[in-house]
Write a protein that binds this ligand. Structure first.
Ligand code: SF4
Ligand code: SF4
Ligand code: SF4
Ligand code: FES
Length: 1023
């Protein structure tokens, strides 16, 4: 069983270079002396990094390699060229002579520690944070301190328990400010500050609110980086230690005993006991690396468990996220142990379901599939893979369809969101995935987002955008019809009319070409199709675009000039683009704009369609699609057919199968008789709920595989209880094309099975003995069949190692695509002459409002998992409809008013939330719904992208009927959206240094290590 190491240590040079927020590129290598030996260091890097690389033990309480120097603790004081200074706040210069252990340096280090620890009650033996990685505890050991000369002084503030997931104990807070730095400059939620001028400083939320009434989004960054137990996950409290669960009066008495011993015998004996207690925890605390099962950012972390109890999630080493998480990844795991998990297969018995054994249910499904295939042929069956399940499992779904059944009727939920983006990129640059990684986005000089609520749908990726902008390294332009968080922070927020992105993209491209602002060398060397493209956009003048989009010609001209002049441009887009009638054309138009300006193949450039589900990229990569097998190989391709014949012993069917949308149509028309749906709440997420219901009811046989008895399961004939992601092994592929391993955190809940074993069980009973004993064997088969995955092995993905496909046989991967050639035979990209497809459902007299829908930060997709997380459910209890202030005034609506939204397809009843996020006649409904009858897909129609069939969820019109009742505001007072952030440049340590009672322990600090500039330099992006 895989167990992983603790958080990264400052000594881990590998982490410095690849994990976490971007840090500055190092300057030239130089020699410096540390403790008498010569080491190579890099000019401009924090001296502490060089000392850590040299593996010289040095206290450094406030320094965290992913935060950079914040200089609040002074414990890293060393002698630099004869003067005492902070190693974290001093940048390396050639010839530096550093001594870490002189008497003066040691005295400064100990004095600094003594000062900060007077803020902290050292009761390690009965502390939940005594897990071997407590920085405050460990520093005491490094410095060999036996007595505190400044005794602990309570600050006189109560603990704050008002957040559902973590608590703050001011009396344990050493005021290091790591949490503030993380909140201000990594998460960039700007909730935390320290009131340095107060008599007793402490950490403040929104300037002094209870946490639960603040703007805190519960991302957990602050808790993750806190070097002690001042900020602690509530799931740890009373649970982690051998003695920490004892009742409060006894616990208080235990602390008194501990302190009494310290007074007489010093700290060493106490620390020895606590070290023994800490070591004993290893026997029952398991730490397992996994990958988040929510969104496509692909955050990875260790999960600490005591049997099935999740103690905490500890990020640090993940390539996509480093120390970062959002509320779902850090705290959203209650669903795994939810009391309503399915634990037995169910077989329909009239109007009811009865429990069945696995053997009976697997045999029954196999028999019914064989009967239906016998009677109606293989194309009477269809299969939907889960974008939440692993790569190996998605691969097996399409293998089952193609090898066991003999049909190409297989698809995954990218049909509902990402297919147009993949197609648009395949047409222009040859690979339907992000062209680079999050590091590229961080390093852009201009980031443009189009139809993407990035801060709520891809929260950790958004932190990197916000951070790069806050630190002044990039500009951000947001195109959206709704003023979401990133829009409020953007340098420019542009609100085109719904569904008109293709037009402004065309107009900007035309202006660039007409005015000679294009990258001529790039076009000449690397791009085909310029003349046809030029011809295709000839009507798209700025004036036409102004009329169609509502954006002024002057704005568009300035934008065109800016894009052409920028050094490095990344464009990010999501469902606001793809869930439109022209989703593919607009995605290709984005790629066209990047091509004519030469923004591909270099650091900080490229196209980034942001993937929604954790493994929606992987489900398509694995061939869960009606026309392509794994690695986007066409089912008609001769080599591909031969390879599969050799491996599977069957000939692939040459014709395209049915996609998700077509499957339901085929069921209604009697051609499709059976479906097997894995981990997909189709009844709440596919467009047009009534049509779906009709389709499901028309099927002869439906198999649903999920964690719970979902709304889709109500239509099933057999329901298989699946294991959750924490209960199995496999790989996920995130939006960066990054393949990452997940390990089994806990065994499958009794009665459930991992999806891959369920597919095997049915295949086995249909005469195909696959015989896999571990998902690594499935990956080996994937590698044999898939050139893009040729070099992917579980060994290469061990622990936190990752690979971004394509991966050559020797294991070389490609985080940044198109550095030398595009993915076409001649290596050149192809400008795509697309077509403007205006929206089909513009408001009319009967349905006078435009309906938009999308995700909320707290919930994932329809909410089946996140509504089962108590702390999320209390702060975001249900869906609502956002109504603009103008519309509310016109129709006399207040927040809490019940309304009925009616479209041509159905109706839902929701409470109104009056907000400035939407404007005029735009409505917005989150797609998560507690009750199936409130789901927004009752309102959305079947129209869609003409190339990929992706439903145009964003192209809908409704009318709003005002109902009599007015209830409480649907967003509870404790929701973070009511908070008032307090932006600062960071922890603002200069204010601490300005306190009359502050004395630098090394004496008067010379210019070394000063201060704000060093910190900002060190946080900066690579330029
Ligand atoms: S938003 Fe909240 S949880 Fe996240 S870093 Fe800030 S204070 Fe901590
Ligand atoms: S709460 Fe913040 S300031 Fe206090 S010890 Fe933790 S990280 Fe440092
Ligand atoms: S939901 Fe997305 S951003 Fe949040 S922790 Fe999971 S992968 Fe990261
Ligand atoms: S580590 Fe805290 S001041 Fe350097």
């Amino acid at each position: 069983m895989q167990q992983t190491d603790h958080l990264p240590t400052p000594n881990d040079a590998h982490i410095r270079s690849t994990v976490g927020p971007t840090r500055p590129a190092s300057g030239p290598a130089v020699d410096i002396q540390i403790d008498g030996a010569t080491f190579t260091a890099f000019t401009g890097e924090p001296l502490v990094d060089a000392i850590n690389r040299a593996q010289i033990e040095l206290a450094q309480v406030c320094y965290h390699p992913q935060l950079g120097p914040i200089q609040t603790c002074d414990t890293c004081s060393v002698e630099i060229d004869g003067q005492i200074g902070r190693a974290c706040g001093t940048n390396v210069a050639a010839g530096m002579v550093v001594r870490t252990q002189t008497i003066a340096a040691r005295a400064a280090q100990r004095d600094a520690y003594d000062r900060i620890v007077s803020n902290h009650d050292l009761y390690c033996t009965v502390c939940d944070n005594n897990n071997g990685n407590c920085t405050v505890h460990n520093t005491l050991g490094i410095l060999g301190i036996d007595h505190q000369t400044r005794p602990f002084q309570p600050k006189g503030y109560a603990k704050d328990d008002s957040n559902p997931f973590y608590r703050y104990d001011p009396d344990q807070c050493i005021l290091c400010g790591r949490c503030v730095e993380a909140c201000q400059n990594v998460q960039v939620n700007e909730t935390l500050t320290i009131n340095w001028e107060a008599e007793q400083p402490r950490v403040l939320w929104d300037g002094g609110k209870p946490i639960g009434e603040s703007s805190c989004v519960s991302c957990g960054h602050c808790v993750t980086v806190c070097p002690c137990n001042a900020l602690q996950e509530k799931s740890m409290l009373g649970q982690a230690g051998m003695f920490t669960g004892i009742p409060l009066p006894v616990w208080d008495a235990a602390i008194d005993v501990v302190k009494g011993v310290e007074a007489s015998a010093g700290l060493k004996p106490i620390m020895n006991v606590s070290d023994i207690e800490s070591a004993a925890r290893d026997r029952y605390i398991k730490k397992t690396k996994t990958v988040c099962t929510y969104c496509g950012v692909g955050c990875s972390f260790d999960v600490w468990t005591d049997e099935r109890h999740i103690l905490k999630v500890e990020p640090g080493l993940g390539h996509a996220n480093g120390i970062s998480t959002c509320v779902k990844g850090k705290f959203g795991w209650d669903y795994v142990n939810s009391g309503d998990r399915l634990t037995s297969p169910l077989i329909r018995d009239g109007d009811r379901f009865r429990e069945a054994t696995w053997d009976e249910a697997l045999a029954f499904v196999a028999r019914r599939f064989m009967e239906i295939r016998e009677q109606h042929g293989p194309d009477a069956l269809a299969f939907v893979a889960s974008s939440k399940a692993s790569n190996e499992e998605a691969f097996l779904v399409q293998k089952f369809a193609r090898q066991v059944i003999g049909t190409n009727n297989v698809d995954n939920c990218s049909r509902y969101c990402q297919s147009p983006a993949s197609k648009g990129l395949s047409l222009t640059v040859g690979i339907g995935g992000d062209s680079g990684t999050i590091k590229d986005i961080e390093n852009a000089s201009l980031i443009i987002t189009v139809g993407s609520n990035t801060a709520e749908s891809h929260p950790v990726l958004a932190t990197r955008v916000k951070r790069a902008q806050k630190l002044g390294h990039t500009k951000v332009i947001v195109f959206d019809i709704r003023e979401h968080e990133l829009a409020t922070r953007a340098d420019q927020f542009l609100r085109p009319k719904p569904g008109t992105d293709f037009v402004w993209l065309g107009a900007v491209s035309k202006f660039i070409l007409d005015n000679g602002l294009e990258n001529t060398a790039f076009l000449a060397e690397r791009v085909n199709g310029l003349d046809e493209f030029r011809e295709s956009i000839k009507e798209f003048t700025l004036e036409y675009a102004e009329k169609e989009t509502g954006l002024s010609a002057a704005t568009l001209e300035a934008l065109a000039r800016q894009i052409a002049a920028e050094e490095r441009v990344c464009i990010l887009w999501a469902m606001g683009v793809t869930q439109q009638c022209g989703g593919t054309d607009t995605s290709a138009a984005i790629s066209n704009l990047l091509l004519i300006t030469g923004n591909y193949g270099r650091l900080g450039t490229g196209a980034y369609p942001l993937r929604g589900h954790n493994n929606v990229q992987g489900a398509s990569d694995m061939g869960a699609m009606p026309d392509q097998v794994s690695g986007y190989q066409n089912v008609t391709d001769e080599l591909t057919v031969q390879r599969h014949e050799r491996e599977w012993g069957v000939t692939l069917r040459a014709q395209r199968g049915l996609d998700n949308t077509q499957m339901l149509d085929a069921a209604i028309h009697g051609q499709l008789k059976a479906m097997w749906i894995t981990g997909e709440e189709m009844s709440l997420t596919d467009a047009n709920a009534n049509h779906l219901q009709e389709g499901f009811e028309a099927l002869e046989f439906l198999v649903v595989q999920d964690l719970y008895f979902t709304n889709t399961a109500r239509y099933a004939d057999v329901v298989f209880p699946a294991a959750a992601s924490l209960e199995k092994e496999g790989t996920f592929t995130n939006t960066e094309r990054r393949i990452q391993r997940l390990y089994e955190v806990m065994p499958p809940l009794k009665g459930t099975k991992p999806d891959w074993q369920i597919y095997m069980g049915v295949a086995d009973r249909m005469g195909h003995r696959w015989g896999y004993t571990h998902p690594s064997e499935i990956m080996a088969e994937i590698a044999r069949l898939t050139p893009y995955f040729a070099g992917v092995t579980y060994e290469r993905l061990e622990g936190y190692n990752t690979l971004c496909w394509p991966v050559a046989e020797d294991g070389t991967d490609q985080p940044l695509l198109y550095t030398e050639r595009f993915n076409f035979p001649d290596g050149k990209a192809r400008l795509y002459a697309g077509e403007y497809r205006p929206r089909e459902q513009a408001p009319n007299e009967e349905f006078d409002l435009h309906l938009n829908s999308g995700r909320m930060l707290e919930h994932f997709h329809e909410g089946n998992m996140t509504f089962r997380v108590e702390g999320i459910a209390v702060t975001a209890p249900d869906a609502f409809v956002e109504v603009s202030q103008e519309l509310a005034a016109e129709r006399q609506i207040q927040s809490g008013q019940w309304v009925r939204l009616v479209s041509e397809h159905g109706a839902v009843r929701l409470q109104a939330l009056v907000t400035g996020r939407v404007s005029d006649n735009e409505l917005y409904v989150p797609m998560n719904a507690r009750k199936a009858q409130d789901a927004v897909n009752h309102l959305t129609g079947s129209q869609g992208d003409s190339i990929t069939n992706t439903p145009a969820y964003k192209d809908n019109r409704v009318r709003m009927e005002i109902l009599g009742e007015v209830g409480a505001n649907p967003l509870p007072a404790r929701n973070f959206r009511w908070g008032h952030p307090t932006p600062q440049t960071g922890v603002e340590v200069e204010r601490k240094w300005a306190r009359p009672d502050y004395v630098y322990p090394g004496g008067e600090l010379p210019m070394l290590g000063n201060s704000l500039n060093a910190r900002v330099d060190a946080l900066g992006a690579d330029d």
